[in-house]
Structure formats: structure tokens, C-alpha cells
Write a protein that binds this ligand. Structure first.
Ligand code: KG4
Ligand code: ZN
Length: 348
């Protein structure tokens, strides 16, 4: 079965073609194209939905041609598209494009949930699926802890009450004038600080670190950075070194809270696997420090993180999710609609 997948939930225009043996899980990635709009959104320090929609419309035909060419024009059996959660105008652009293709090629569509795709990105390489699992999905739009009892069986244990972890990285970078997306830039500056220093003299808050729930809050951290930077600027003390130090401490603050709550959930629910997913899962400190903690405190628990290119948005993860939900396929295209607030425990 060859699956053509379309993902336009945020600011990347992604198309991939995945080959799977029928009834088997021997996957081959025939093509995987991600057209990033980073340069366009960089001046706003975040994603501008109407601009992103226009870019998706422009990019989709080009990205499709590239994906088909790279895969050497295989016969496509089914089309899949992200229907939510995400930016509504962006989701619709992908869905309408999928419908046009499906009509032209007389193919069914499989609608996919973007958060589930971030989780199932871990099974592209054929990792064993051992449940229950605790999944931490951390992206630009979401921060959720999910109890997974199997594919399609999810319970949201907790989530952010305000900003997402990725959003916090992006906002801190914006305050420091470092560009967009903030995550990789903050991580690089933090690494520079780590090399030359023993520890940070700055102390930033770890919001909700000790609460008994599985929720998060990151807006207070961003505000703390805002005031700190304002003060340092007025005293003319915002040196290159200070910027590195703020990056180091902000990253550690986010990582500390994410790890504390994930470990609590893993222990409380006796997880057999801990799964990371989403753009922030590309963060080396989060990945490495969580690994150490699991090895030390719950060594029998498996730990899965996707390869970096499958942490950030891509359509291979959409394709694999469609593979696991192939019974959902429909030719009743009217039923395929965007849902910007779709939750993982709801039907698509
Ligand atoms: O999953 P994703 O590509 O898009 C959404 O679905 O939102 O995640 C994008 C987010 C951005 O906020 C970006 O700053 C963050 O992932 N990110 C990182 C890293 N790479 C991307 N955050 C921390 N460290 C990274 N290395
Ligand atoms: Zn995403």
C-alpha cells in the first residue's frame, strides 16, 4: 500500500509517500518533503496564520511534484491529511488540496490527528509497541501528557494551562531578539554557556513543578525573562554572555518541569514505555536528561524519541498514523473537515 500524506497544520508544507507491505509493518519512506516557511514568519517572531495559508497554497503543488518525482511516481492507494489540531486556515488548505487529489485520482482519504501523529512518529522505524505508555507531546502549539493504552486508546492526563513549551522557547528567543523558531537557537546559546561555565547565577521560576497534577504553565517563565531582560537592558548589562546564560537557565527551567511531570506520570501509571514527540522533543537536553532519569529511577521502562527530523512537523508521521487507522478511510470527502481544537481522545 502506498500512502500519500499531506500535513499543513502550522507553518511547514509537508508531503510524504510511505510504502507499507499490506498487513505488515515493513515501511519504506519513498519521499519526505518539508518546505519550511521559517524565513517568512521570522520577522513576526511567530506564525502568522493568513500568511501561512497563502504560502501553503503556493507550495503544495510544488511540494507534491517533488515528492512524486523523488518516489519515482508510484501508484498511490490512499491519501491522508492532517485535520487537526492546528491553525484552521492552514488545515483547510491541506484538506482542500487532499480532496482535489482524491477526486482526480478516485482515491479514499484517511483523516489524521496531528498530536497522535507526533506520538506514532516513534514507530516509523518499527520500534516495539509496549503499553501502557506515557507520552509527552511538546510542540509549538501543545504540551500534553497522555496515557496510551494502545494505538487509538488515549487519555489526556494533563496539559499546559497557558503557553506551550515550544511557544515559551519561541517567546524567550523573541524577547532576547534571537529570531524564530526559538527552540534550536536557545539550545545552541545554552550549549555555548555550558561549555564555558559551571552553572548559572540566574534563577528563573519552575512553574507548577511541585503540583500534584500533570498540568504545566509556562507563561510565568516568559514574563520573568521579560522583566529580567528589561532590567539588564536599563543597566546596560545585557552582554552576549548574559544572553547565553538566560538561554541556559530558561531551557533548564522548561526541561526540569517537563521531566518532573513525565516521571511522576510514568511512576503513577506504571508505564512500560515513555514516549516523547513534537518539535521540542528535538531538544538534546530534554532527551538526554529524561533518558538519564529513566535509567536511574525506572530502568525497566523503555524510552522512545523520534529521530530529529521526525520530531518537528513532517508528513511521514501523518502517513504512519493513517496506516494504523486504515479502516477510517472514506470516499465521503464531505466528512473530512478541519477541527482546529481536535483532541486526541476525540474521533477525527
Ligand atoms: O512540532 P512542531 O514542528 O510544530 C508544531 O506542531 O507546533 O514544533 C515546533 C516547535 C517550535 O516552538 C520550536 O521552537 C520547537 O518546536 N523546537 C525546539 C527545538 N527544535 C524545535 N525546541 C527546543 N529545542 C529544539 N532543539
Ligand atoms: Zn507539530
Amino acid at each position: 500500500m502506498n500512502i500519500l500524506a499531506i500535513e499543513t497544520s502550522c507553518d511547514d508544507t509537508c508531503i510524504a509517500i510511505l510504502k507499507s507491505k499490506i498487513n505488515g509493518e515493513n515501511f519504506g519512506i519513498l519521499s519526505n518533503i518539508v518546505s519550511s516557511q521559517v524565513k517568512i514568519h521570522a520577522k513576526y517572531g511567530g506564525v502568522f496564520p493568513s500568511l501561512a495559508k497563502r504560502e501553503h497554497q503556493k507550495n503544495l503543488p510544488v511540494v507534491l511534484r517533488k515528492a512524486l518525482k523523488m518516489a519515482e511516481n508510484p501508484k498511490i492507494d490512499v491519501i491522508t491529511v492532517t485535520v487537526g489540531p492546528g491553525l484552521e486556515p492552514c488545515l483547510w488548505t491541506g484538506i482542500n488540496f487532499a480532496k482535489e487529489l482524491a477526486e482526480k485520482m478516485n482515491l479514499p482519504i484517511i483523516p489524521v490527528n496531528h498530536i497522535e501523529a507526533h506520538i506514532l512518529a516513534n514507530f516509523i522505524g518499527g520500534n516495539p509497541r509496549i503499553f501502557p505508555a506515557i507520552c509527552l507531546v511538546v510542540s509549538g502549539g501543545h504540551t500534553q501528557l497522555i496515557l496510551m493504552k494502545g494505538i487509538g486508546k488515549y487519555r489526556i492526563l494533563g496539559e499546559t494551562r497557558d503557553d506551550a513549551a515550544g511557544e515559551c522557547f519561541d517567546k524567550v528567543a523573541r524577547i532576547l531578539g534571537l529570531g524564530y523558531p526559538g527552540g534550536p537557537i536557545i539550545a545552541a546559546k545554552a550549549a555555548e554557556f555550558r561549555i564555558s561555565n559551571a552553572g548559572s547565577g540566574i534563577k528563573l521560576p519552575r512553574p507548577m513543578l511541585n503540583t500534584k497534577d500533570y498540568d504545566f504553565s509556562f507563561s510565568g517563565l516568559k514574563t520573568a525573562v521579560l522583566y529580567l531582560v528589561k532590567n539588564l537592558k536599563s543597566e546596560k548589562k545585557l552582554t552576549k554572555k548574559k544572553v547565553q546564560e538566560i538561554c541556559f537557565e530558561s531551557q533548564q527551567s522548561i526541561v526540569d518541569v517537563l521531566i518532573r511531570k513525565t516521571m511522576k506520570a510514568a511512576k503513577d501509571f506504571r508505564a512500560k514505555t515513555v514516549i516523547l514527540g513534537g518539535g521540542v522533543a528535538a531538544n538534546e537536553e530534554l532527551k538526554g536528561q529524561l533518558k538519564q532519569k529513566i535509567e536511574k529511577e525506572i530502568p525497566r521502562t523503555k524510552y522512545l524519541v523520534p529521530g530529529t527530523e521526525y520530531c518537528t512537523d513532517n508528513a511521514v508521521m501523518t502517513a504512519i498514523t493513517a496506516f494504523f487507522h486504515s479502516t477510517r478511510k472514506t470516499k465521503n470527502w464531505k466528512k473530512v473537515i478541519a477541527n482546529a481544537n481536535l483532541r486526541i481522545d476525540e474521533n477525527v
